[in-house]
Design a protein around this ligand. Structure first.
Ligand code: SF4
Length: 341
């Protein structure tokens, strides 16, 4: 039983209510007030009896919040939020605006263990997993500034599937109709490809969209670019994706960062087509965003166009992702860049 009520799912709040001899509907009040009405204090949940509220407070139950410490605005409408968490930990989230729709890219860990060499977060020391509350709070805080978040991508700092339980609890919480009621088709989890957790995700009762960062057409290049590439071979990742797809029937997004002279050649595109042929996927090609100390350079627009053409001509739906938020170091791979020494 987690004493931070915001870390508990609806069913866990139900257990807390029952353990305190309360009726089941009290769990609904707890959940709705915390996740829909932004209650900051147990005493704000006025439909609960005073006795129950006092009991929870005396037993050390709380409702946590994270602190928004900085906001950075890019002329293209992108906003980067910096949050301070307990223990001197800092994380970042990014709001992207498309017409009147808000997409929020959130973090799941402070630092990251995966060691991708083209990513600023991968250069930071891993500090810890974020709690469920710290994950959902990024959404609640962003909504206070920008209004309703329409799409949510778990693509910020950290590897979401390396913090599986808290991430899945946060998805369940945000999707709950008694909370934010964010449609599951508007939630995407992005992973660098942890085969066991992908299989676990396939069996989950809740099914967000899945994006996989492949970034290379073979193990040799991948393990140079990503430390995790030495642990998980492409064969294992693709097997887990086939199994995921046969269980869920869902299309998968493949993320591929275009790095000059490293993974952007014509034969790389052809090898990628062979790898992806057995799967139902769409591919996002992302021009590398650099940061201080990054040894790689972005592919030229012409190289990206040619690469995209090979994929598209082979029947793979491919889009080239626009650069967003670069001036405030909020683009893909740049989170945490301002903290690099
Ligand atoms: S790209 Fe993702 S998985 Fe790789 S180091 Fe950065 S945050 Fe971690």
């Amino acid at each position: 039983m987690d004493k931070d009520l915001k870390n508990n799912s609806y069913n866990e709040l139900l257990d807390i209510a029952i353990a305190h001899q309360q009726k089941p509907f009290c769990a609904k009040y707890l959940f709705t007030f915390i996740h829909q009405k932004d209650a900051a204090d147990i005493n704000d949940i006025t439909p609960l009896s005073k006795t129950f509220r006092n009991q929870l407070t005396e037993e050390g139950f709380t409702i946590s919040r994270i602190t928004l410490s900085e906001r950075h605005d890019d002329p293209d409408g992108t906003i980067k939020f910096v949050f301070d968490l307990p223990g001197g930990v800092r994380i970042e989230s990014v709001r992207l605006k498309d017409d009147d729709r808000n997409t929020l890219c959130i973090s799941t860990q402070a630092g990251c263990r995966m060691g991708c060499k083209f990513c600023a977060t991968g250069r930071l020391a891993f500090q810890r997993n974020l709690t469920t509350s710290e994950i959902v709070e990024q959404v609640y805080q962003a909504e206070r500034v920008c209004g309703r978040i329409d799409n949510l991508v778990y693509m910020g700092m950290g590897e979401p599937l390396d913090n599986f339980d808290n991430v899945m609890r946060s998805v369940e919480t945000l999707n709950d109709k008694n909370g934010r009621n964010l449609g599951i088709r508007h939630i995407t989890i992005s992973t660098c490809g942890l085969p066991e957790q992908i299989k676990q995700l396939a069996l989950s009762s809740i099914q967000p969209r899945l994006a996989v960062s492949l970034h290379a057409p073979n193990d040799e290049i991948r393990s140079k670019l990503m430390r995790v590439g030495k642990t998980y071979r492409l064969d294992d990742i693709l097997t887990s994706l086939k199994s995921y797809q046969s269980t869920t029937g869902k299309r998968i997004t493949i993320e591929y960062c275009m790095i000059d002279g490293v993974n952007d050649q014509i034969d790389h595109a052809r090898s990628l087509v062979k790898l992806l042929r057995p799967l139902k996927v769409n591919v996002n090609l992302i021009e590398l965003n650099t940061f201080p100390g990054c040894r790689y350079r972005p592919s030229s627009p012409e190289q990206i166009r040619q690469f995209a053409e090979i994929l598209s001509n082979s029947g793979i739906e491919t889009i080239i992702r626009f650069k967003r938020g670069r001036s405030i170091k909020a683009a893909c791979g740049q989170l945490g860049a301002t903290w690099l020494k």
